[in-house]
Design a protein around this ligand. Sequence first.
Ligand SMILES: NC(=O)c1ccc[n+]([C@@H]2O[C@H](COP(=O)([O-])OP(=O)(O)OC[C@H]3O[C@@H](n4cnc5c(N)ncnc54)[C@H](O)[C@@H]3O)[C@@H](O)[C@H]2O)c1
Length: 314
Amino acid sequence: MQTLVTGGAGFIGSNLVRALVETGHQVTVLDNLLSGYRSNLEPFPQIRFIESDVRDPDAVAQAVQGAEVVFHLAASVGNKRSIDNPRGDAEINVLGTLTLLEACRKAGVRKIVTSSSAGIFGELKTIPIREDHPIEPDSPYGCTKLCEEKHCLVYAKLYPPFSAVCLRYFNVYGPNQRFDAYGNVIPIFVFQMLRGEPLTIFGDGEQTRDFVHVKDVVQANLKAAMTRSVSGAFNIASGTRITINRLVELISQAAGLTPQLRHGPPRPGDVRHSLADVSKAATELGYNPAVGLEEGLAEYVQWAASELARGKTG
Ligand SMILES: NC(=O)c1ccc[n+]([C@@H]2O[C@H](COP(=O)([O-])OP(=O)(O)OC[C@H]3O[C@@H](n4cnc5c(N)ncnc54)[C@H](O)[C@@H]3O)[C@@H](O)[C@H]2O)c1
C-alpha cells in the first residue's frame, strides 16, 4: 500500500513509519521539522521525505500523489504551546488539516487516519471516558484537535467512499519521545532520573493517568487503515490507569535508581483522574493494547539512557 505520513519525523510518526516500512508499505513523509527530527528517519533510506509544511498546498498535493491512505500526525502539539501561540496552533491544526483534506479529495485518497487527543474532552466528568463523554476543551489545542476531527468526518460525509478515522490518544510514551517542556510526564521523569536530577510531583501524586505505549498507538493506526469503510472517532489508550506515585516507583525499578523527590502544589487545570474506555476501538477496529507499562518503561528507560550516552540531552 502507498501511504503518506504527515509529521512522520516526530515521535509517534517515526514509530509509525518504522512499522509501515517493516510491513512492506511504501511511505512518503511530509514534515517541516518544527518539532520532529531528521535523525528519526535516518534508519529508513527507502522512504520519500518531503521537508515542507502541511499548510503549503503545492507541497501537500505532491505528497498525496498516489497515496491510498494518509496518516495525519503533523500538528502543533500540546496545551501549553497553544496557549503561548493560539494563532500558530490554529493555522497548523485547522488550516493545515483542511489543506491536506482538499489535496486528498483531489487525488482520490481512500482514507485519512488522523491523530486526535484526549485533550478535546476538557474537565473529566465520568470515568472511564467513553467517546460520548461531554466535549469541553480547555485549551486552544483541544479546540483545534476537535476541529481537525470534525473536518475529517465532514469530508467523509461529503465525499464517499472517502473515509476518516480519528484516533483520540491519551498519554502516549515510548522511543523517540524526547524530554520535553510541554508536559509529558514520562520523558520528564525518566530523563531527570537518569541525569540524577530531582523529580517534582505536583499535588499528592495519587492522581491517575492512562499511559499507552507508542506501539499500541501504531497498531491502532494500522488497524484503522485496514478496516474498510469505517469512519468515526475512537479512544486509543491502554484502558488501565496508574497513580503518579506508582509510576515513579516503576521508573526507578526500571532504571535501578532511587530518585530524589520534591513536591509542588497541584497544577491548575490538571485533571485528577484519567482512564479511557477503549471498547469501541476494540469492537470496530480490532484494537488490542498489548504493551504493559512495566515492559514499556523498561524499553523506554533503555532508549533514554542510550540517547544520553550519545550526548543527546533528551
Ligand atoms: N504524544 C502524545 O501523548 C499525543 C497525545 C494526543 C495526541 N497526539 C497527537 O499525535 C500527533 C503526533 O504527536 P507527537 O507526540 O508525535 O508530536 P511531535 O511533535 O513529535 O510530532 C509532530 C510532528 O509534526 C511536524 N509538524 C509540525 N507542524 C508541521 C507543519 N506545519 N507542517 C509539517 N509538519 C509539521 C513536527 O515537525 C513533528 O515531526 C499530533 O497530531 C498530536 O496532536 C499526541
